[in-house]
Design a protein around this ligand. Structure first.
Ligand SMILES: [Zn+2]
Length: 268
């Protein structure tokens, strides 16, 4: 299938906004990873629609019995649909949309990416200024002090569960970084999102249905300040009415075209 052509006028307008911005930021959601084979959770073909949302007391269970939580995680039986999801997440590779985001950062245009995705694909593509609001499947986190480690840097010993935070004076059990149902989004993530939103002068939305709070607030807050929103999505979203420019199409096709248009507008 030939790549779809994005509306040229809208593309030019979005590129103008980005090229003349001083602090453009982006919010990305599951749609950005869809082209990498990562299943979506919500919507008509979403996993939670199919098997129901996971129980929402996971974080409570972790806090009251971290050893049991880890044992269930490492040795418990897993729903085949969840196992399939984990396999797909671990096998996924960044697509042209992720690389385009990283390129916009390298060009000095995109200053920060807030993502709802925990699949690591923005990192793998090279984005460095990143808030993973819902965590990252390859990382671990201490809910006590908020420190995070890549799984290679903090060994989880199945014989000595749970792993404990090595930070002096903390002593909390460590969990996986992914923010589970019923678990509050870590405070440091929210603070970073607020800071970036306050500084933003262009706000790009890609592949997010913009219905999951708190992240759905940020583009609204920016729009209320008069910050232009650029929406990139194949379908209308809850924020389409707020958007200054809408680029209809999958981000893996739209974003590379947008990067080229931005590049043409930057001083050589
Ligand atoms: Zn800690």
């Amino acid at each position: 299938m030939a790549p779809m052509t994005v509306d040229a006028e809208a593309l030019a307008r979005a590129a103008d906004l980005l090229a003349s911005s001083s602090h453009a930021i982006a919010l990305t959601g599951a749609g950005v990873s869809h082209e990498s084979g990562v299943p979506t959770f919500r919507g008509k073909s979403g996993l939670w629609t199919k098997i129901g949302e996971p129980r929402s007391d996971g974080f409570e269970r972790f806090m009251s019995d971290p050893e049991g939580w880890w044992k269930e995680r490492l040795f418990g039986e897993r729903d085949p649909d969840i196992q399939d999801l984990m396999d797909k997440l671990h096998a996924a590779k960044p697509n042209p949309g992720h690389y385009a985001m990283a390129e916009l950062e390298a060009l000095g245009v995109l200053r920060h990416v807030i993502t709802q995705n925990g699949d690591d694909l923005h990192r793998q593509a090279g984005t460095t200024s990143l808030t993973e609001v819902h965590g990252n499947i390859y990382w671990l986190r201490c809910p006590g002090c908020g420190l995070r480690w890549h799984e290679d840097d903090l060994v989880v010993d199945p014989e000595a569960l749970p792993p404990w935070c090595p930070e002096p004076g903390c002593g909390s059990p460590v969990k996986t970084d992914s923010v589970g149902f019923g678990e509050p989004v870590p405070r440091a993530h929210l603070q970073r999102c607020e800071l970036e939103t306050d500084r933003a002068d262009v706000f790009m939305l890609a592949g997010t249905s913009a219905v999951v709070y708190p992240v759905a607030y940020y583009p609204q807050l920016a729009a209320q300040r008069g910050v232009p929103l650029i929406e990139i999505d194949p379908e209308p979203t809850a924020l389409s009415d707020w958007a200054t420019v809408i680029l209809r199409g999958p981000s893996g096709e739209v974003l590379p075209q947008l990067v080229e248009a931005v590049r043409e507008r930057l001083p050589a």
